[in-house]
Design a protein around this ligand. Sequence first.
Ligand code: TXA
Ligand code: MG
Length: 335
Amino acid sequence: MKTLLLNSIKKAADLILKGEVVAIPTETVYGLAADALNKDAVKKIFKAKGRPNDNPLIVHIADFEEIYNFTENLPKEAEILAKKFWPGPLTIIIKKNNIIPDIVTAGLDSVAIRMPDLNITRDLIKLSGRALAAPSANLSGRPSPTTYKHVLNDLENKIPAILIGPDCTVGVESTVIDLTSDPVCLLRPGKITAEEISGIINKEIIIDKSVNNLISDLKDVKSPGVKYKHYSPETRVILVETDENKFAEFVNSKPECVAMGFDEDSRLIKNANFISYGSKNSQTQQLSKLFDSLRKIDSYNAKIAYVHIPANKKNLNLAVFNRLLRAAAFDLIKI
Ligand code: TXA
Ligand code: MG
């Protein structure tokens, strides 16, 4: 199948209504969308991505009221959070009703809902008149796509179309917050932090143990997506937790490797191929450059990529650290 590059929301909406999948831009990452209430269409998402079918999808809406189509009992925190953060990079998990097909939620009794903060995306939802089930538009396991070209690299000739939009401004996937558990639980860190959410709902939030812990240590995983090695280039990734000088000394002694670090590292690195993931002083930049930088690693055909993370984790965004840990399959050395 030849993948069409679309500039028209109308053509994308027509495909959605025909039960097809279309890759779509959002402010976080590109998604692979289908009509959330059409089982056969949703099946095509799992097939194109090679996604395990025990990993549920996020349902995207364009107006807050649509949320009542999918649940009988909306907690008041959902309203408060939506008022503050929607449209935006926050996904909330609530109890689902029977309208949502099991394939979307992987048989769970809850559903993940988000209203994306990009006009094109919400216009597509409105024009098609359909809520859109959409995971990130990468091949399962690869870094999420933040440009339409990343989507092409992974899914060309596997999907009928990509709706072209701007490069993603946020750059990592939405924060996922589970409102069905008590206390409320952060399942995936993103641009919106647990502290911000906790401040708005005036409640304590716990960080799910999967966020920072080894996958192999996890028995009962709440968010099935966290089980898998994820966000990985083909090249093996190893995280190096240390200061600038020691990182440079370490990678300079390994000329055949790729070094990924902050802008500030670059002047110290003499022998290795260097990729920056933003300034150490800008978490926003780190978020938006992370996946593109991970994808660049493979262009060097190196055996190993060493990624610098600061010794003081306070300077590292939790969402960035969480994605890097998975890209490295939890391989981390401290120097
Ligand atoms: O920013 C984003 O969230 C992007 C864009 C396209 O909106 N989407 C995205 O979807 O990242 P995906 O499928 O790659 O990640 C969804 C995550 C997975 O870790 C999945 O396990 C979790 O949300 N999830 C979905 N429904 C869930 C549920 N009912 N309970 C627990 N976790 C759920
Ligand atoms: Mg994903």
